[in-house]
Design a protein around this ligand. Structure first.
Ligand code: ADP
Ligand code: MG
Length: 702
């Protein structure tokens, strides 16, 4: 970089690139030093030896000891990636993304290159990828394409103690492949001490314990039960903030979900504003599954001097993510948990008391870097007498249709004798088989049909995949995959700012005019957006979420990273593209039938007929097959219309059991489309119209 001027020697200003490079270098060096301070580090060589000596290893270590971020790197450094990838599963997608981002920084590589992540509908990996973080559900799907996981040299089933449905199924599958792939290393890692159970299951695999560095945690219980735990949590957080030195440590509050966290955030903002400048700054950091990535990074930023951070988190902060600097934990004692009624096949998310194991994980989060304090917003009596010891594994409280379909397409037929760590209730297995049979995915012998084989290709719930497969018959696959994509976005499509709710609602209702359901409204939104050539401006005008408020570059403790998270419409487009690819794979032609709304509704019904409901005199609905009272969700375009018969996408329990995403239906269709499931008597309404007035049982309807 010599000067071009002859005779005089000018020295150039160092180009900014170099500056950035040297900054990056020092950041990199700092990260390498940090890695060496983790509890895991002194055991690096011992661990590598143990992995070398044993095919299967159970690893136990306190949250934050470095299991997730370090072990895959150690194995890479030891050469395991020469033979294949190292895959590490996470129960939550936020954790998979965030950990991959962290590890890519530690390795000084671009996220998505050597280190990547894979979550449903979002594959951030490349041919270069050697360390792959993924959700447990994604690894399960990879089995479908590669039953021996040949591209992996190591599989680490991380957060095994969470016992999610996918993790439990993975246990059975990976245990099986270790038998015929002696070169594959399998690591099962867990944050809790029930490692014996994992070891027993994996034929007495040795347990590698990483001694924790836990500081004492003082536990406080309330004297009496709290009627309003949210308010109690907020008051406690403020009390800590006001009475304790800010440099002293941050606060972590466990709440149950996004809505609760947003409410708490608002109240906290309001109350701290009320206290004015008399108190130090309180930085509020929410973290939950649907939080856009660039906002997630905020929780890892170091707290500025003189301020305090309060992290409002779901269960995700229990063991999946480690936030440094927490001294105070506030634990109201609840989480949102799935429960399933195998009789009706209905699934609901309920706010449920946590287990003792969870409570202890939560309190442990305060004693990582120094002595901590945990405020339990329940009584000591509650803790000792009312809380269960452990959380019931998800496999015992969920709908199994999805995994049964996956297992069937892996050729595993004898589900009752599958090697489950804890078997699901036989009733739930039967229910899943029954549903798959009703959807024509299985035949009477329980064997996968052609329909079932096609359905299994889609990373969707069986009813959604059935809807897509059925669209072939009704020649509307083009429309149906748009609907499926819109339903799969996760999070709201609609933007409803507090000061413009009326405008937003009017805009939303525009998509419902002349419409007969929320599904077709979603389709209309998608098609209109497509017509504008995917214009972001159009989204703003119509109060549709185009993307999250995008700051492309965000600060994390270690420098700038670029994480772009496209949400809502852009995500829908992405998902739709993927579904279009899968259509091709199952050889369903992309055909459009946009003028025939009935055809589209029939395809929806072909997937969702088990979710049909009939209007009652009082404006409520009654589900047809397993009668239960339900209501149309107020956000639905049909909430005021109240059609006589509807199909719904899902039930959500808030103040009532609500149907969300509802479409009108003709009752005859139920018998036409699912004659093996519904009989004429189930849909008497339609019969009555064809019968002479006053005849027979027809008078019973309305
Ligand atoms: P474990 O899996 O044993 O719970 P991790 O490997 O996840 O531990 O975490 C080790 C350390 O790495 C944590 O103490 C935390 O400081 C740091 N860390 C992990 N993820 C991130 C992230 N996304 N951003 C910043 N730091 C992180
Ligand atoms: Mg971890």
């Amino acid at each position: 970089k010599a000067s071009v001027m002859e005779g005089v020697n000018f020295e150039e200003d160092p180009p900014t690139e170099d500056l950035e490079e040297s900054m990056a270098k020092s950041v990199f060096e700092k990260l390498q030093e940090d890695r060496k301070t983790l509890p895991m580090y002194p055991y690096r060589d011992e661990l590598l030896q143990a992995v070398y000596d044993h095919q299967v290893l159970v690893i136990v270590g306190e949250t934050g000891s470095g299991k997730t971020t370090q072990i895959p790197q150690y194995l890479h450094e030891a050469g395991y990636t020469k033979r294949g990838m190292i895959g590490c599963t996470q129960p939550r997608r936020v954790a998979a993304m965030s950990v991959a981002a962290r590890v890519s920084q530690e390795m000084g590589v671009k996220l998505g290159h050597e280190v990547g992540y894979s979550i449903r509908f979002e594959d951030c990996t490349s041919e270069k990828t050697i360390l792959k973080y993924m959700t447990d559900g994604m690894l399960l799907r990879e089995f479908l394409g590669e039953p021996d996981l040949a591209s992996y040299s190591v599989v680490m089933v991380d957060e095994a103690h969470e016992r999610t449905l996918s993790t439990d199924i993975l246990f059975g599958l990976v245990k099986d492949i270790t038998r015929f792939r002696p070169d594959l290393k399998l690591l099962i890692s867990s944050a809790t001490l029930d490692a014996e159970k994992f070891s027993d299951y994996f034929d007495s695999a040795p347990i590698f314990k990483i001694p924790g560095r836990r500081f004492p945690v003082e536990i406080h219980y309330t004297k009496a039960p709290e009627a309003d735990y949210l308010d109690a949590a907020i008051v406690t957080a403020l009390q800590i903030h006001v009475t304790q030195q800010p440099g002293d440590g941050d606060i972590l509050v466990f709440l149950t979900g996004q809505e609760e966290i947003e409410t708490a955030e608002e109240i906290l903002k309001h109350r701290t504003r009320g206290l004015g400048t008399k108190i130090p700054e309180l930085i509020i950091c929410p973290i939950y599954a649907n939080l856009p990535t660039e906002l997630q990074a905020k929780i890892f930023e170091p707290t500025p001097e003189g301020a305090r951070k309060v992290v409002l988190a779901t269960n995700i902060a229990e063991t999946s993510l480690t936030i440094d600097g927490i001294k105070y934990v506030i634990d109201p004692g609840f989480c949102k948990m799935k429960s399933y009624n195998p009789r009706t096949g209905m699934e609901s998310l309920l706010v449920t008391p946590i287990s003792k194991a969870s409570a202890n994980q939560r309190s442990g989060r305060s004693g990582r870097t120094g002595p901590g304090k945990c405020f339990r917003l329940y009584t000591a009596y509650n803790y000792y007498n009312d809380l269960d010891d452990n959380t019931v594994p998800e496999i015992q409280r969920t709908n199994l249709a999805n995994v049964v379909l996956s297992l069937k397409s892996l050729g595993i037929h004898d589900l009752l004798n599958f090697d489950f760590m804890d078997p699901p209730p036989a009733e739930a297995l039967l229910k899943a088989l029954e549903l798959l049979f009703a959807l024509s995915a299985l035949n009477k012998l329980g064997e996968l049909t052609k329909v079932g084989r096609r359905m299994a290709e889609f990373p969707l719930d069986p009813m959604l995949s059935k809807m897509i497969v059925a669209s072939e018959k009704y020649q509307c696959s083009d429309e149906v995959i748009s609907i499926a994509a819109m339903l799969s976005v996760g999070g709201s499509i609609f933007y409803r700012p507090k000061d413009k709710q009326v405008h937003a609602d009017t805009a939303r209702m525009n998509f419902h005019t002349g419409n007969v359901g929320d599904h077709t409204a979603l389709l209309k939104i998608y098609s209109s957006w497509k017509e504008t050539n995917y214009s972001t401006q159009w989204c703003y005008e119509n109060y549709i979420q185009a993307t999250a408020i995008l700051e492309n570059e965000v600060m994390v403790p270690t420098g700038m990273v670029k994480l772009d998270w496209v949400r809502s419409m852009k995500r829908a487009r992405d998902i739709r593209d993927q579904l279009e690819g899968l259509l091709e794979r199952v050889e369903i032609e992309l055909t459009s039938n946009s003028n025939d709304l009935d055809a589209i509704k029939k395809a929806i019904t072909a997937g969702f007929f088990p979710h049909s409901a009939k209007l009652q005199k009082n404006g409520s609905y009654r589900t047809v097959k397993y009668p239960q009272t339900v209501y149309i969700h107020p956000s639905s375009g049909l909430a005021q219309v109240l059609p006589r018969w509807v199909v719904y996408h899902e039930l959500v329990l808030t103040t009532k059991e609500y149907m969300r995403q509802v479409t009108e239906l003709k009752p005859d269709w139920l018998v036409e489309i699912a004659p093996h499931y519904y009989q004429l008597k189930d849909v008497t309404d339609s019969v009555s119209k064809k019968m002479p007035r006053g005849a027979g049982r027809a008078s019973e309807t309305n």
